[in-house]
Design a protein around this ligand. Structure first.
Ligand SMILES: CC(C)(COP(=O)(O)OP(=O)(O)OC[C@H]1O[C@@H](n2cnc3c(N)ncnc32)[C@H](O)[C@@H]1OP(=O)(O)O)[C@@H](O)C(=O)NCCC(=O)NCCS
Length: 153
């Protein structure tokens, strides 16, 4: 749904001044404040530091409303370069206004500019919200499976 009756939203690269708000949005989603992690993400992905990496925020006149992070990965598992989205989050009171869609579109636009023709993500099976969102964006089950195991100490 388009955002109506509220400030317009602009999507841009994340800057150091955004970090506090991004940390708070993420803490609201995951239940954990992770300032060190986010500082490192900003170092690695922020402000267009590397062409293939994207750390975007959506802001209106008063605050950061959401963020998205992704990158192009080359020949991972022998597959052609592909865009990966590995985090997206929108403030609870700003959801269902099209901000997540804007963020994903912006990141996909960055991937397209690099000549990439496919975007992927991975998500928890028990998170129907994020699944509904990605499905609404036309993303479908990929022909891969994720495997994991616990490592002995
Ligand atoms: C997923 C998320 C980013 C969506 O952001 P958003 O700004 O609300 O998304 P949009 O307004 O662009 O919604 C686009 C579509 O997604 C789907 N969608 C979004 N929220 C939904 C919900 N609560 N229930 C069902 N479908 C939903 C709808 O199809 C929606 O289109 P519609 O409004 O025309 O029905 C946001 O809900 C969020 O931050 N959730 C928590 C994220 C999370 O769990 N992250 C952990 C893994 S990184």
């Amino acid at each position: 749904m388009a955002r109506s009756g509220r400030d317009p939203v602009r999507v841009r690269s994340a800057q150091p001044r955004d970090l506090g708000e991004v940390i708070a949005i993420d803490a609201g989603i995951t239940g954990m404040r992770k300032p060190e992690y986010w500082g490192e993400i900003l170092q690695r992905y922020g402000s267009g530091r590397r062409r293939q990496r994207f750390f975007l925020v959506a802001e209106d006149a008063s605050r950061v409303e959401g963020f998205a992070i992704g990158e192009v990965r080359d020949w991972e598992y022998g597959m052609p370069p592909c865009g990966w989205v590995f985090a997206i989050g929108v403030r609870p009171d700003a959801r269902l206004e099209g901000i997540g869609t804007r963020l994903l579109e912006a990141i996909c636009q960055g991937f397209r500019r690099l000549g990439v023709t496919q975007v992927r993500t991975i998500l928890a099976r028990d998170n129907p919200l994020i699944l509904s969102f990605f499905r609404s964006q036309g993303m479908m089950a990929a022909p891969f499976i994720a495997l994991e195991k616990d490592l002995e100490p």
